[in-house]
Write a protein that binds this ligand. Sequence first.
Ligand SMILES: NC(=O)c1ccc[n+]([C@@H]2O[C@H](COP(=O)([O-])OP(=O)(O)OC[C@H]3O[C@@H](n4cnc5c(N)ncnc54)[C@H](OP(=O)(O)O)[C@@H]3O)[C@@H](O)[C@H]2O)c1
Length: 326
Amino acid sequence: MRAMVCSRFGGVDDLTWTEVPDPRPGPGTVLVDVEAAGVNFADLLMLAGRYQVKPSAPFVPGFEVSGRVAAVGAGVEQVAVGEPVMGFVWEGGYAEKVVVPATAVFPRPVTFGAVEGAAFLAGYGTAGHALFDRGRLHAGDLVVVLGASGSVGSAAVQLGVVSGAEVVAVTGSDGGERLARRFGAAGVVRRDRVCDLAEAVFAVTGGRRADLVVDPVGGAVSRRILDVLSPGGRLLVVGFAAGDIPHLPFDLVQSREVELVGVYWGALADRFPASNRRLIAHLSTLAAEGSIRPAVTATFPLPRARDALEAVRRGDPAGRVVLTVG
Ligand SMILES: NC(=O)c1ccc[n+]([C@@H]2O[C@H](COP(=O)([O-])OP(=O)(O)OC[C@H]3O[C@@H](n4cnc5c(N)ncnc54)[C@H](OP(=O)(O)O)[C@@H]3O)[C@@H](O)[C@H]2O)c1
């Protein structure tokens, strides 16, 4: 088979379209013929050697795949050969075939094509774990979502809205604003047009404070957004797309009684596969009903993965970027 192979840690230029041996499924794993692979910000971190999981080079990047089951290893009963599935892997997704642990393979919702299936698990899994498991979301809560044009952010906007929350989306682009409104955000704050983020959020909410903030951005934005939380509110620490890990004031956490809550969906799948299976089943039901659907706004053939990664780095277009195979 062929795959995009990263020969050494550095950047996207070290990715090449290469013939590699076919992977073979072992016990408890599933061989997937890949039809599409999701492109994530975390792929850029992994290629740079800055992700928390660091494979040894050479390696094939890519966390999210969608395709058909080609073969199953011993002990696998939940999916059958030929079935359309979605899968999550720590590496190997940018390839024509990949072996996925059976615990991380899920039937593809009937409403999804291959590209939507490749843009679902990481964004919606993370947003769902953040809002439901870690954030204890209730209908009627006010939820502020940072990075609303991105994978996690756009999923958090849509999931928050369908769960009955009032969602205010923070974004830095026209495309992000259009997407957030299409997904039902009650308000949008343009971070590229305001002097003070907290004041801009209050202008949209009429002074109401947030029960939850979903934060995949980090940096200076995280410090300022703490000020919009209500007492007992939760800042859901998802990631650091802005590049800087924020240093937050513990005195404010104490005096305002707000909570800093870590979110790590990939670890949920490894540590508590049954909890993750319940979460993905719930999300898949919402998808099958037509209530949620990822916004795939750009596709590239797999050999053009470098262009796809640059699009994700630029955040242009808003929404998800997916690689197609074959
Ligand atoms: N904890 C977990 O389980 C988990 C899972 C998945 C991802 N992550 C992490 O979460 C982060 C986001 O991932 P993603 O896949 O959603 O990335 P993404 O699709 O690239 O979205 C990130 C968004 O952040 C906003 N942004 C980027 N730079 C910014 C800046 N300097 N200031 C303010 N906003 C900025 C942009 O949205 P706007 O223009 O709309 O503001 C951008 O689209 C990454 O660090 C990733 O590693 C964590």
